[in-house]
Ligand binder design. Structure first.
Ligand code: URA
Length: 239
């Protein structure tokens, strides 16, 4: 059951607030009866009309933040029947899909949605959302390696755009490095560190467009809040 104004807004009638007004103005009928109480719950299977015109149910927009564990594939289906990110999100009836991808071995944040426009907005090459990764790498980066990562390295068929690089801790055997990029090429972070001679041993995405896990455990998910969705739209939607 959902609130009548939400049903109308999801169906594309207008904003939720405007739909509340339509209800208060007595312009909405549910199964032939005028309803003037905005909080009224409906199944969605009723015969709902606004100003006499039938309203067809729209798809509810879903925005989910998942903290993906390693050992799980970031697509909707896997040809080898491995566990997918969709298997980790239960109770969602809408068909959702991941925005971009994370490698099978990479853990961390990934957004799932059924809103194609929103997904395109976050992945648009001109203003792709910033992603932050924590990489555990072999060995210690030299000042030269850091300079190369920052200014751009050749990862085969592409020179990477400037990146922010910060060493969190280091030893001769292994270091932990935070890297911030706006691109999302296949295995990009792994290839970047390989290009400077320090292969990645573990990789985790810790933020997307300023959104962090903030207590969300690995393997768990939550809905993005209205504020987070609006924040992403404000940052990346105005191009
Ligand atoms: N870069 C990688 O190498 N792997 C990921 O999963 C994401 C970014």
């Amino acid at each position: 059951m959902i609130r009548l104004q939400k049903f109308l807004a999801d169906a594309g009638v207008s904003s939720r607030r405007k739909c509340e007004e339509l209800i208060l103005q007595g312009r909405v009928q549910v199964d032939g009866k005028t309803v003037t109480e905005p909080g009224t719950k409906v199944e969605g299977s009723e015969y709902i009309r606004v100003d006499g015109k039938v309203v067809r149910p729209g798809r509810e927009k879903i925005y989910i933040l998942l903290n993906k564990p390693a050992g799980c594939i970031s697509s909707v289906k896997d040809q080898f029947s491995r566990k997918t990110v969709i298997d980790l999100v239960s109770g969602i009836r809408e068909r959702i899909y991941p925005v971009g991808r994370l490698d099978y071995d990479t853990s961390g944040l990934i957004i799932l949605t059924n809103d194609g426009e929103f997904a395109n907005m976050l992945m648009h090459p001109r203003h792709e959302a910033e992603k932050v990764y924590k990489a555990e790498i072999k060995g210690r980066l030299s000042a030269g390696d850091i300079g190369r990562l920052r200014s751009g390295v050749d990862i085969g068929n592409h020179i990477t755009a400037p990146a922010h690089v910060k060493v969190i801790n280091e030893s001769a055997q292994r270091s932990v490095v935070e890297i911030r990029i706006h691109e999302g090429r296949n295995r990009q972070v792994r290839k970047m560190f390989e290009a400077v001679g320090h292969p990645v041993m573990r990789l985790e995405r810790t933020a997307i467009g300023g959104i962090t896990a903030d207590g969300l455990e690995e393997g768990k998910w939550r809905h993005l809040t209205e504020e987070e969705i609006n924040m992403l739209r404000t940052k990346y939607g105005d191009f």
